[in-house]
Each structure stands twice: as structure tokens, then as C-alpha cells.
Design a protein around this ligand. Structure first.
Ligand code: SF4
Length: 273
């Protein structure tokens, strides 16, 4: 399939013509929000994760950041914090470390290939995801599936899909920084287990959760960020693309950049268990 045909597939409509421009409009709201864990930018093109250096440290930080943290946070107190997949799943579905546990139907840990090359990280579960326990199952999920197909991958095959927060924010609001911080140890552990070759951050909250810095998607596109040694590429959230279909061409360009980044990254040294 050539690129024009692929753009047509993910657009679900007219073929989008790729444009190269650095004058993308800033359509993100609340651009100047800062909060715990959002460190200053240190380099114009390559950023390294700052903040919590380990799952345990992040857990302690998350617990202190959460208004609703229990007196003795289970994650921080657990001596065996290097959880395997079943342990991590069990921990997430029983988590009450932030206020988002108050109204959820269920937590939504993530779905996909445990040794994936690709990791896509969204913002948080929506209403349908909250009911079904799987990320990206609504209209935005259909668009994400089309985006994956354009890359020659599929849900469960070489890709893992997760969110910055595992529980649905009320009324689908944007997760608060302290909620993202409280949930970060789970995302971090997922990344440690998967060891993806590239991470695609879908939208601003996901990018900020991973990069620990203020991010504006329009300015961050096309740059190679890093989560430790793993490259991170930033693009628009599929829900945003549904509201702003004119930007689907930009998203396709971002996916092409992510694919190139993956192909230039070293093969996985260790298979995740
Ligand atoms: S959003 Fe994350 S930290 Fe908050 S209750 Fe759910 S699993 Fe726990």
C-alpha cells in the first residue's frame, strides 16, 4: 500500500496530502500548565527522562503526590516491587492510590504483545474503555487500529497499548498531574517489562507523563525524545484527530517518523517475560 492510500485508510475519507511545515497551530489547551514532576526542558532536541529513577522511588513519589493515597501505600511498601505481568495486573486492578479509583467501573491496565516493538500510550480510559476494561475501544480506538494497520501492525501483534492513567477520569476530563504521577509507576513497569523499541505518545498528557516536562504537541512533533534509552515520538491523540480531521496527515507523518526511528534503534537484547 502506498503512502497516499494509507493516509486515506486512517483518514476514513479523502486522501490527505503530506505537508512539511513547522508552523503548526497550537491547538492544545492549557499550554502553560505545570505540576509535580514536570521538569524544565534541558535540551532542544533530545530529552532524557528525569525524576523518579526507579519503580520504587516513583511509587513513593506517587503516593506522596496523591491526595487519596492510603496511609500505607501498597506499591511503596511492597518489598517485591519488580512485579511480573500477573502481579502488575493484579496491583493495577486493585489500586486505590488516587481519586480516579472512586468512580471507575474497573481499571484498564493495557492490552497487547508483552514483547512488543511498539508501545502506544494514550491519556486515560473513556466511558467505553471503563466498561470493557480495554484501552481504545471506541471511535478513537477504531482510528488507532487503522493507524496501526497502516504501519503493518495490529493490536496484540508487535504492539502494546496503554494509558498514562489506568482509571477513567470523571466526564473524560484531562487527568490531573498528581493523578498521572500516582499512576506513573505502572506505566514505568510496563515499559520495563516490554522494552519497546519505540514509544508513541498520543497527546499531551501522555507525552508529559513520559517526558516529565511541559509538552506542546505542535512544537514537539518530529523530535526524538527519550525515555531512558527508548526513543519517544509525540503525536496527536486519535480523539483529537476525530475532532480535527485536517491533522490526520500530520499524524501519518509522525507515524512515518516513528517507524524510521524504530528501524534505526537497536534490536531488543532481552525478551520480556
Ligand atoms: S489511575 Fe492509576 S494510580 Fe489512580 S487509582 Fe487508577 S490505577 Fe491507581
Amino acid at each position: 500500500m502506498d503512502s497516499r492510500a494509507i493516509i486515506s485508510v486512517i483518514s476514513g475519507g479523502p486522501i490527505w496530502r503530506l505537508r512539511e511545515t513547522r508552523e503548526w497551530p497550537n491547538l492544545e489547551e492549557d499550554a502553560n500548565r505545570t505540576g509535580p514532576g514536570y521538569a524544565a526542558d534541558t535540551s532542544p532536541r533530545t530529552r532524557v527522562l528525569v525524576g523518579a529513577a526507579s519503580f520504587e522511588a516513583a511509587s513513593v513519589m506517587a503516593a506522596s503526590a496523591s491526595e487519596h493515597a492510603p496511609a500505607e501505600p501498597a506499591v511503596a511498601k511492597d518489598p517485591d516491587h519488580l512485579l511480573d505481568w500477573p502481579g502488575l495486573h493484579a496491583r493495577i486492578v486493585s489500586c486505590a492510590a488516587c481519586r480516579l479509583s472512586d468512580h471507575r467501573t474497573q481499571a484498564v491496565p493495557g492490552v497487547g504483545d508483552h514483547s512488543a516493538d511498539w508501545l502506544f500510550v494514550g491519556e486515560g480510559p473513556g466511558a467505553e474503555e471503563d466498561l470493557r476494561g480495554e484501552p481504545f475501544v471506541g471511535q478513537a480506538g477504531k482510528l488507532l487500529d487503522a493507524m496501526l494497520a497502516s504501519l503493518g501492525i495490529a493490536r496484540g501483534d508487535r504492539v502494546y497499548i496503554a494509558n498514562a492513567v489506568k482509571c477513567r477520569p470523571p466526564n473524560n476530563r484531562t487527568p490531573e498531574p498528581d493523578e498521572i504521577e500516582a499512576c506513573f509507576p505502572y506505566l514505568q513497569r510496563q515499559i520495563e517489562l516490554i522494552q519497546p523499541r519505540v514509544i508513541v505518545a498520543l497527546g499531551r498528557p501522555a507525552a508529559q507523563a513520559l517526558l516529565k516536562q511541559e509538552v506542546r504537541i505542535g512544537a514537539a512533533r518530529g523530535q526524538a525524545f527519550r525515555f531512558g534509552e527508548i526513543p519517544v515520538v509525540v503525536t496527536y491523540h486519535p480523539a483529537y484527530l476525530l475532532r480535527n480531521p485536517a491533522d490526520k496527515g500530520k499524524a501519518w507523518a509522525d507515524l512515518c517518523f516513528a517507524k524510521k526511528t524504530l528501524e534505526s534503534s537497536p534490536p531488543k537484547a532481552v525478551a520480556a517475560g
